[in-house]
Design a protein around this ligand. Sequence first.
Ligand SMILES: Cc1cc2nc3c(=O)[nH]c(=O)nc-3n(C[C@H](O)[C@H](O)[C@H](O)COP(=O)(O)O)c2cc1C
Ligand code: SF4
Length: 452
Amino acid sequence: MSVRRYHSQLRQGAAERRAETHPLTWRLREDGTMVGLEEYVEKKGYAAVREVLNHRTADDVIKTMKEANVRGRGGAGFSAGVKWSLTMKGPDIPRGYLVCNADEMEPGTFKDRLLLEQQPHLLIEGMILAGYANDSCFGYIFLRGEYLEAARAVQRALDEARAAGWLGADIAGSGFDFDIALHSGAGRYICGEETALINSLEGRRANPRDKPPFPGQSGAWGKPTVVNNVETLCNAPGVMHHGAQWYQELSGELSDDGGTKLYGVSGKVNMPGLWELPIGTPASELLERAGGMRDGRTLKTWLPGGGSTGFLLPEHLDSPLDFDSIGKLGSRLGTGLLTVVNEDQSVLALVRNLEQFFARESCGWCTPCRDGLPWTVKLLQALERGEGEPRDIEMLDKLADDLGPGKTFCAHAPGAAMPLQSALKYFRDEFERGVTNPAGVTHDEPMPVGEA
Ligand SMILES: Cc1cc2nc3c(=O)[nH]c(=O)nc-3n(C[C@H](O)[C@H](O)[C@H](O)COP(=O)(O)O)c2cc1C
Ligand code: SF4
């Protein structure tokens, strides 16, 4: 397999990464090529599966995950242990499915890609443990369609694991049967929403489903289904191997959340990339590790975890990057990959670009999202051209409110509202500078198809 060609790679050398402190990345090779089965097993790979499947109950696995407080790394931060405990299971309940969400289309996010391409056996091990805990009969990896190299790596790892008896019937002589299939999506952001993902997996149109019932009650093909993010599942082997207390202590005094986080930085920095650090590490440290701002420019603003999170300011850089701390600042940790913006860049243009993406990726089921997002784009484009009307900014405030939580079927629209609302709060002057068109002149010509 080839050496990495893109700059989105782990920036920590092997000397810094140890099994006790870097459970997600300590086995990664310096050249970025995939860790195959032999090497993975040599480095204690699948040891947690052998131990757990033969000596521990499913309830015990769930209890340990709960105690470790592994919070979902897909963006919402919901406890994996709690999710697993809520999945319907028992003698009268049909065995369901475990789905790994590897759709990763959040703008500015490229963390799962690293794990999928370079260490797919860690994911498979995590999925076997999750499948055992949830009494799942089969697992799926729902992969973003464009991740071709990840598809090759995951398929190779699945074949290797099956040939070695880590997948299939009677895994490690435990009596537990479980297998995993790779399913590549068609490259749509909405397929990352867990119920839209399930619809897509079933071969239906990728619209989110009404909840309840939640997937843990009735998911894929009407069976109890657990959906977890790649990074969340990759945490399970370490937790089972070292215990809940070890996981909790990884973050030390930095955060009440346990474990490490695969953080990243992109944008106008000297060295974009990924770092595995204790959860709660402040953004200031990440920025420093990324070599600071490029060309000596000044930081203007930053998104903490992808395009669907809210802008924060330089004064927020020392806040812990964890779910609750970033929530208290009015944003979201999201995926934990920072997008850094310098003083020369236009926030208005950045927000317009993001809203174009969100408008294009709307599934079209709810009116505020289907109609509100293209309208938002049109107003932002007018302001960008300097042809905005005085009422446009008020209208953007209203549209952002209409896209907010509780008004649509899924979190796509509230996610799209976050960068808009926070940009209007912190950088309103940029929007106001786009207002030159006298009141009364409208720009309500139909938007060309495909523009938004
Ligand atoms: C529009 C939209 C896109 C999403 N995309 C992803 C994604 O690509 N990967 C992911 O893990 N979660 C994504 N999510 C969150 C999932 O719905 C779900 O919460 C997550 O997969 C649960 O895993 P976790 O508990 O391990 O975080 C998305 C949510 C929304 C609303
Ligand atoms: S919020 Fe948008 S993406 Fe989500 S269901 Fe409604 S229309 Fe579809």
